[in-house]
Design a protein around this ligand. Structure first.
Ligand SMILES: C[S@@+](CC[C@H](N)C(=O)[O-])C[C@H]1O[C@@H](n2cnc3c(N)ncnc32)[C@H](O)[C@@H]1O
Length: 279
């Protein structure tokens, strides 16, 4: 992160979710606030680009990972979970769309990004829902435990966490300290996150795509720095207290969310995977 500055990638991925609302049918991820929260200038530019120039595979991954995380939240709510924590929330809009009246939502983010989002919310006229509490936390220098404690989070009750588009920007220590915190919460808790696959595991074209994307985000001051080999990640999550894991990549996600579409929207690369870990 650029110290003291809001995340630029947060705006970038939110624009992809907005583009999904405009360009793809059927929608995988329905978000009536997606266009509004990116701000009027970006919304106008997104509408002007709706001829398909925005990379469809990247856009599909943004939509699929949010859908996956919110599907997992719905399962958690059925199991009785009443706390949802959106880690590295960026311009996520779940709190404004929540269909669960007694669910408490916590948005955790890098303080400058959260400040920027709150300003954006004022500018676009989106009032803070009563169910939402903001918790500013820098995963590198502060503990999630303390940030959530100050926000009124209950550590004696289970919670569902999502952590989308964040882990690849962190150090291994910051990642592990957050995972250890969630792994110590009551049974019934869980986390859904996406992660970048170790370069050595990728094919020629995927390496080229990763390098291209890596250069872009590094130029924004948010370089990728954390990659995993799937079996090693699974082993370390088990050691951290998670006993029910689902690790899904392109093929499983295409089959689950993008099968039999007339528009051909697909995930094409294998750089990003989604992990769902419950305890
Ligand atoms: C690519 S954006 C994803 C935002 C959101 N989850 C989404 O999918 O739209 C990355 C997010 O990670 C957050 N982030 C990156 N490094 C962080 C850190 N050290 N502490 C807290 N948040 C961090 C950024 O502030 C930003 O909100």
């Amino acid at each position: 992160m650029n110290e003291g500055r809001p995340s630029r990638t947060a705006q970038r991925v939110a624009v992809r979710r907005a583009a999904h609302q405009l360009m793809d049918r059927p929608l995988i991820f329905e978000d009536p606030y997606a266009m509004r929260i990116i701000g009027p200038d970006a919304a106008a530019a997104t509408a002007a680009k709706s001829d398909g120039r925005v990379s469809s595979s990247f856009r599909a991954f943004m939509a699929v990972r949010s859908r996956y995380a919110e599907d997992e939240l719905a399962h958690a709510v059925v199991r009785g979970v009443r706390q949802y924590v959106v880690l590295g929330a960026g311009l996520d809009t779940f709190a404004w769309r929540s269909p669960f009246p007694d669910l408490r939502v916590f948005e955790v983010d890098y303080p400058a990004t959260q400040h920027w989002k709150r300003q954006r919310l004022v500018n676009v006229g989106m009032d803070q829902p009563e169910s939402l509490t903001f918790a500013p936390v820098d995963f590198e220098t502060q503990t999630l435990a303390e940030g959530l404690r100050l926000a009124g989070f209950r550590t004696d009750e289970p919670a569902c966490f999502s952590w989308l588009g964040v882990t690849m920007y962190l150090t291994a220590e910051a990642f592990q300290s957050t995972i250890s915190f969630i792994g110590g919460l009551p049974t019934g808790s869980g986390v859904t996150f996406d992660y970048a696959v170790d370069r050595a595991e990728l094919g020629f074209f995927e390496k080229a795509a990763l390098d291209h994307l890596g250069r872009k985000v590094a130029a924004m001051g948010e370089p990728f720095q954390l990659f995993f080999r799937p079996p090693e990640l699974a082993a370390s999550l088990r050691l951290s207290g998670f006993n029910d894991l689902e690790d899904v990549g392109r093929d499983e996600l295409n089959g689950r969310y993008l099968a039999e579409r007339a528009d051909g929207l697909r995930l094409r690369g294998g750089i990003g995977r989604i992990m769902r870990a419950r305890r």
